[in-house]
Design a protein around this ligand. Structure first.
Ligand SMILES: Nc1ncnc2c1ncn2[C@@H]1O[C@H](COP(=O)(O)OP(=O)(O)OP(=O)(O)O)[C@@H](O)[C@H]1O
Length: 964
């Protein structure tokens, strides 16, 4: 059963078949919800058959994406699916708190990588490997992912940076139609097949905005320029020019309507990729102006005409091959379009120059017909390959970001899928070699590493057998002897060897390899390599030549003579290059073969991949005809087997795809200990850099253990949290395992841990906020108290100053009052003295004549007693005037009415005041009452019983009475 599960069984035995049928019957019971299973790991049991049924059910229900553990399986719908890639859906996945909870989609992978970059968990850089057969949808998927990043990684803060980001993204997206026009072609398997591998690095700045990109291409199938398989086409760009050029351009490029070109097969087929305008527009956006574009298209037209150059076989070997009659015009047109001199062009195509001897003597040897054709094809391939590389460099410089402007990247790898044709050659060997390498990377990343690590970490784990392709890789690229080394050796020795000889050499040198096979029935010399995806037979004919990819130096020299501005850029006169391109047979410099160049670029790519967190999208082609709603089980099955998907599902379902070192785990999740009930104090986190002098890995591990256990003890809290998410699988207790140096967990556990961590961080943030508010309140309170204190001190100081001023004023008043009183007393006494004297010497019979002793005895008392009352009454008698008033005053003063002449009262009510009272002795007493100008004169400073006081007091009272 296990063998079947892993797809290794050669044929089901009776018992296995019965068991499988039973399983299937059980499974059939669940068939109804089959299309609802988002993850193939939930299919039970995980067999090719059940996985296939699940995929088919989903495909028929128009559900094209399914998870397979850590991999996303993408089925090609072969029809436009509205809303499946809409910007709204992109935003929905981007905004989702947990995109994994949404339906499986390439946007889930895109969002996951984007969040990983943001989380800064090592390794920060991400890569997405999109693999699958030709036509399975790799390019489509990469394009959609680029659009996704263009939408989500473009939320810059300022308008200016928004514009810059938009421009960069637009350029990155514009690079697609240009590269597809020049690098894609219609093949038997895909109308828009990428004939090159592509790794795009989307570079992001600290704010996680896309600031630039870099494109690396691999192994362009340049032979297609000059040689196309039947029913296939040349690169799209040739058809675009021929169909889309204006009348004027046709004239300039010598492309009349309906012209036949031998390198332009099947021109009658019209594809949507033939849109010339789209390519021109995109080139313009990438900074390739109309002039340069026209130059490029002129050169391409020149290549088309070159393809029409035909030679006739010449019987005399000493003579160069003659041109066919109808080819003369083609040579002329081609030479003029490539801006090359016509005769040297023709001569270079037909005559070989050989340098030999110490003096490097030059010999000229006419080429055979086959050689002429090869040289012509080589010239075209050389120009096209350089043009493609130049375009990639222009695209790169257009989307380039300075190294200090980006910090992280997401890499998108779109490589040609595994290929197996009836006739396979060096191209297929390289492509399948690349796929083997990527498969190994995948295996190393997910399967082998996982299992080896489990064993190392002491985890009990029932291992799954997986197909290790190292033996196959050893056969292809191993040292000291492998297919690559043997091919390179042939090129280096430059010895003439037939296809059969090469086959024998490979078979004898690598006889011990289990992955090398031989088809004895085949008439053509070949060898078989048993790849992880199946055996492929490679023909040895032409293998060495293709590997050499020889460029006759005369061809390069010829192109260096061109006056064409573009060709001048593509073929600069560089002496170093010249010496490299002229390897003599005895040269010791290692020959740069196609295989060695490809191997080097592949190793570089794998280095980048190894330094990133990889994600895998396996594209599956439901049928080879490109029809919608057609699911051919056999074809899908072979693809599932080829990509080792079932093994992946099986191991991912039961394994722990997440592993974190103890140290990182403690660093990140130590705060979860806050979730523990406060009664049990746990161990304190040791400072991670403490005690460097005595530091040892073992000691550090030991120190981390209690902490780790403490954190893991908080995990019983997790099922509760899981329950809220509504997924009972998350509540499984055995989702975390603590190994010797690492903690292993499932995706769902990691998700829960992250959620809990976010909760704790939120609590912490709240705590900090509360603390800060408390602190701020306290500080404000202290400030308020201090202000009150200062205000009180100032007020007290001001009051004291005020009282002092009052005191000084009172003293001044007191002094003035005393002075005034003394003066008044003096004046009064003086006046009285004057009156008395006057009275004494007055004639008898005057109205106020009293006997002196009597007057002396009652007068002062009467004055003192009566004047206040008199004044009061005098002033109180409001409304009484004239004599009546006098009478009132007299009455009040109890003056003797019998002798009215003895006193005089002068009132002036109309002025609110008493002018004077004159009483007995006549004219002896006179009070001058006047309102005091002093503010405090109403207060008697030192009242004494016998002093005359209260003038002003009386006046004030009177005044108040007047107001009543
Ligand atoms: N998600 C999709 N929705 C609709 N059509 C799709 C989708 N994916 C792929 N296709 C269709 O399938 C065709 C082939 O896809 P694509 O060119 O991406 O394949 P590929 O794997 O890149 O092939 P190759 O390796 O030959 O370049 C596309 O031209 C398109 O018509």
């Amino acid at each position: 059963m296990l063998q079947q599960v892993n797809g290794h069984s050669s044929g089901p035995d009776a018992h296995g078949g019965k068991a499988l049928r039973e399983d299937l019957q059980e499974f059939l019971g669940q068939e109804a919800p089959l299309h609802l299973l988002d993850d193939l790991t939930k299919v039970n049991p995980v067999t090719l058959e059940t996985v296939l049924r699940c995929l088919q059910a989903r495909y028929m229900a128009d559900t094209f994406y399914t998870n397979a553990g850590c991999t996303l399986v993408a089925l090609n719908p072969f029809k436009p699916v509205p809303q499946l890639y809409s910007p709204d859906l992109m935003k929905e996945y981007h905004a989702a708190p947990q995109p994994q909870k949404l339906k499986p989609h390439i946007f889930t992978v895109g969002e996951q990588t984007y969040r990983n970059v943001k989380s800064l968990i090592q390794p920060v850089n991400q890569s997405i490997v999109v693999s699958g057969e030709s036509g399975a949808g790799k390019t489509w998927t990469s394009r959609c992912l680029m659009k996704f990043y263009a939408v989500v990684a473009a939320s810059p803060t300022s308008w200016e940076s928004h514009k810059i980001a938009e421009r960069i993204e637009q350029r990155i997206l514009n690079s697609n139609p240009v590269m597809e026009a020049f690098g894609n072609a219609c093949t038997l398997r895909n109308n828009n097949s990428s004939r090159f591998g592509k790794f795009i690095q989307l570079q992001m700045n600290r704010a996680h905005q896309m600031t630039g990109a870099a494109v690396q291409t691999y192994l362009l199938e340049k032979t297609r320029v000059a040689c196309q398989a039947s029913n296939e086409r040349n690169f799209h760009i040739f058809y675009q020019i021929c169909k889309g050029a204006s009348a004027d351009e046709r004239l300039r490029w010598h492309l009349p309507e309906g012209a036949a070109f031998s390198w332009l097969p099947n021109p009658e087929r019209t594809l949507e990729e033939d849109c010339f305008e789209v390519t021109r527009e995109a080139m313009l956006h990438l900074g390739i102006g109309t002039l340069t574009q026209n130059n490029i298209f002129k050169v391409l037209a020149g290549l088309l005409h070159l393809g029409n150059v035909r030679f006739a076989d010449c019987e005399d070997e000493a003579q160069p091959c003659q041109l066919m009659d109808d080819a003369k015009g083609s040579v002329r047109t081609s030479a003029s379009l490539l801006w090359l001199p016509e005769d040297p062009l023709l001569e270079t195509l037909r005559i070989r120059t050989i340098r030999a001897g110490r003096q490097q003597q030059v010999f000229r040897k006419p080429c055979s017909l086959a050689e002429c054709d090869t040289r012509r094809d080589c010239l075209a391939k050389l120009i096209y390959a350089r043009l493609f590389d130049w375009l990639v460099s222009v695209i790169n410089s257009s989307i380039y970001a300075a190294p200090d402007s980006w910090t992280t990247f997401i890499g998108l790898l779109d490589v040609y899928g595994f290929e197996s044709f009836p006739d396979n050659s060096l191209e297929q060997l390289c492509i399948n070699y690349a796929n083997e390498k990527l498969q190994q990377h995948f295996v190393a990343h997910y399967l082998r590493a996982q299992q080896e690590e489990y064993a190392l970490e002491g985890l009990e784990w029932s291992f799954v057998n997986y197909q290790d392709n190292q033996t196959c890789l050893d056969l292809i690229e191993g040292t000291p002897i492998s297919i690559c080394s043997l091919l390179n050796e042939e090129c280096r020795l430059n010895r003439p060897s037939s296809a059969a000889q090469l086959q024998t050499r490979i078979e004898s040198a690598l006889a011990g390899s289990p992955c090398l096979g031989h088809n004895k029935l085949s008439r053509e010399p070949s060898f078989i390599v048993v790849h992880y995806a199946g055996p492929v037979r490679y023909h040895t004919a032409g293998l060495v030549e293709k590997n050499k990819d020889p460029v006759p130096p005369e061809l390069t020299r010829l192109l260096q003579q061109s006056e064409d501005p573009l060709l001048k850029v593509l073929f600069p006169t560089d002496p170093e290059e010249k010496s490299q391109e002229e390897p003599s047979g005895k040269s010791r410099t290692p020959v740069l073969t196609v295989v060695s160049r490809f191997k080097a670029s592949l190793e570089q790519l794998l280095q980048v991949l190894h330094s990133t967190t990889p994600h895998y999208i396996r594209c599956i082609k439901p049928n080879s005809k490109g029809q919608a709603q057609t699911f051919l089980r056999e074809e899908v099955l072979s693809q599932l087997e080829a990509c080792g998907l079932v093994e992946t599902i099986h191991i991912s379902a039961a394994g722990f795809p997440i592993r974190v070192s103890h140290r990182n785990f403690v660093e990140r999740y130590a705060l979860l200990r806050r979730l523990r009930p406060p009664t049990a104090p746990g161990p304190q986190s040791p400072p991670l850099n403490e005690g460097r002098s005595e530091w040892s890995p073992q000691a550090a591990e030991a120190a981390l253990q209690p902490l780790l256990q403490d954190i893991l003890r908080t995990l019983p809290a997790l099922p509760g949290a899981a329950a809220t998410s509504g997924d009972p699988v998350e509540a499984t207790p055995a989702t975390v395992h603590c190994g010797r140096t690492k903690v292993f967990m499932t995706d769902s556990t990691l998700e829960l841990l992250e959620r809990r961590r976010a909760q704790v961080l939120e609590q912490c943030a709240r705590c900090i906020q509360a603390g800060w508010r408390r602190h701020r309140h306290r500080r404000q309170e202290r400030q308020r108290q201090a202000a009150v204190l200062i205000q009180a001190a100032i007020r007290s100081w001001l009051t004291r100053k005020h009282v002092q001023r009052l005191h000084t004023a009172a003293t001044v008043i007191k002094r003035a009052w005393q002075k005034w009183r003394t003066r008044m007393a003096f004046l009064a006494s003086k006046e009285l003295d004057g009156v008395e004297e006057k009275h004494l010497f007055q004639a008898p019979g005057s109205p106020s004549s009293f006997p002196l002793p009597q007057a002396q005895s009652w007068l002062p008392g009467a004055i003192i007693r009566l004047w206040p009352l008199g004044l009061v009454l005098a002033n109180a008698a409001v409304g009484v005037h004239g004599f009546q008033r006098k009478l009132v005053v007299w009455a009040c003063l109890q003056l003797p009415t019998s002798s009215p002449r003895s006193y005089t009262v002068q009132t002036a009510q109309e002025q609110d005041g008493v002018t004077s009272i004159r009483a007995l002795p006549q004219g002896s007493i006179k009070f001058h009452c006047r309102k005091s100008p002093l503010r405090y004169a109403d207060i008697c400073p030192e009242p004494s019983s016998d002093s005359v006081t209260g003038f002003n007091q009386i006046l004030l009272e009177r005044h108040r009475l007047g107001h009543v």
